[in-house]
Ligand binder design. Structure first.
Ligand SMILES: Cc1cc2nc3c(=O)[nH]c(=O)nc-3n(C[C@H](O)[C@H](O)[C@H](O)COP(=O)(O)OP(=O)(O)OC[C@H]3O[C@@H](n4cnc5c(N)ncnc54)[C@H](O)[C@@H]3O)c2cc1C
Length: 392
């Protein structure tokens, strides 16, 4: 388009931004991605759990770009056959769900290489800012060094400076129940099983969230907890809660005994569903920057890939014939909107029970593995819609 150096600048080289960049560059747009990390995907701030395409398509059957769920074999560290949910009283509920445990550094590096192969520029180690101007968007390290583009994709995670500068409702989103704080160790030398991913509902050590053991193969696992502030007592330190989970949860501790804590990360995650608005006339927000995390399980890689791709499609149409960016929001609402809304409603309903270990345990017992699987995978469990709606 006229006078711009780039058609689209993308702030953030995570799965969302890179999925968009690959699509747009392949369609011939001039694309620039800014990523502030020096190495793509590192440090890993993620459990790296990724439901395989066939099972994911049962979860989000309206998605029209299933190829974004294809993972190259070199980016797969491990494969799991099932998920096990452990109640606050230690009862296990297992259900089949095939997943990969990714190496996000390899995965994101691969996406960046693909985008580059179609002509995109991917600048790593560059923290960029969005400067709206009357001549169109400017993005760069400073206004003087910024580049012009027709459109901007905010893919800079949560909270998103880019989305906020664009006037999207980031601040309005940030309630205490809406944000989870996650802390995680990569552990090695573990005796735990390597083909089942586990979710621990334990209000003592993961208040307002859950704990996880996600095996990475060869005795390694991502071991973490997610918590939310309304459930925390004032003197609780999140790092101590994670140690408590590793050392004292009756079911988890024996599986983690003797394990070495290799590295620790912490990050926040939006868990209240998508922002009320995800686009302006020149900007689209994708992935975490747009609140695109499944509230009942905290998974956001796949929703970032889908929304990044859909923003890419909307950008191509905008550049071809001026189709407004509302097209992007219409697309994600059509393809994943129902599941995101179900998931948000069920998270809100379970909020009421999350601090009551016994009640939560009884709820899980009443539901059984099939319905628990439905909730984890963003479906309203059979026969329980009215109960969840009443509680939400
Ligand atoms: C501890 C933890 C465990 C998780 N486990 C899982 C899991 O097992 N499975 C799952 O599906 N999801 C998981 N998630 C969520 C998942 O990691 C995110 O939803 C997903 O990474 C979102 O992708 P994204 O591209 O939107 O954002 P991100 O992956 O956050 O990428 C945003 C990128 O933008 C960059 N950036 C930010 N600001 C700027 C700037 N100004 N300039 C340039 N670059 C910038 C960042 O460095 C980052 O690389 C987890 C999250 C956490 C915190």
């Amino acid at each position: 388009m006229t006078g711009s150096k780039f058609d689209v600048t993308v702030v953030g080289g995570g799965p969302g931004g890179l999925a968009g960049a690959v699509f747009m560059a392949k369609k011939g747009l001039k694309v620039k991605v800014f990523e502030k990390k020096k190495v793509l995907g590192k440090p890993v701030r993620c459990g790296e759990f990724f439901v395989v395409k066939e099972d994911m398509m049962k979860l989000v059957p309206r998605v029209k770009c299933p190829e974004v769920f294809d993972i190259p074999s070199e980016a797969i560290d491990n494969k799991c056959r099932a998920v096990r949910v452990i109640s606050p009283r230690g009862k296990s509920f297992e259900f089949p769900l095939r997943s990969y445990v990714l190496d996000r550094h390899v995965f994101e590096s691969g996406l960046a290489e693909e985008a580059r192969s179609y002509g995109a520029e991917v600048d790593v180690g560059t923290q960029a800012h969005y400067y709206p101007s009357k001549d169109g968007p400017l993005v760069g390290v400073s206004p003087e060094k910024a580049v012009h583009s027709e459109l901007v994709i905010a893919a800079d995670g949560y909270p998103s400076e880019t989305a906020q500068t664009a006037g999207l409702p980031e601040k309005e989103y940030a309630g205490p129940y809406s944000i989870a704080t996650n802390v995680e160790y990569l552990m090695s030398g573990l005796p735990c099983e390597q083909d089942v991913a586990e979710m621990y509902m334990d209000p003592r050590y993961s208040p307002g969230g859950y704990g996880w053991i996600i095996p990475k193969g060869n005795g390694k696992a991502n071991v973490g907890i997610g918590v939310r502030t309304p459930y925390l007592q004032r003197d609780w330190q999140i790092r101590d809660l994670l140690s408590g989970f590793i050392e004292k949860n009756k079911v988890a501790a024996p599986k983690l005994v003797g394990g070495k804590r290799e590295s620790m990360i912490a990050d926040s995650l939006p868990v209240d569903g998508p922002l009320a608005r995800t686009y302006t006339d020149r900007v689209m927000a994708v992935g975490d920057a747009a609140g695109m995390v499944m509230p009942t399980n905290g998974g956001g890689i796949q929703t970032a890939l889908v929304t990044g791709r859909l923003a890419g499609e909307a950008a191509v149409q905008y550049c071809q014939d001026g189709t407004p960016l509302s097209n992007y929001e219409d697309s994600w609402r059509e393809q994943i909107g129902v599941e995101m809304e179900n998931s948000r409603m069920m998270r809100q309903a379970s909020d009421r029970l999350m601090s009551h270990g016994l009640l939560f345990h009884l709820l899980l017992r009443m539901m059984g593995p099939r319905r628990i699987a439905e909730v984890v995978m963003c479906q309203i469990p059979s026969g329980m819609g009215p109960i969840f709606r009443l509680l939400s």
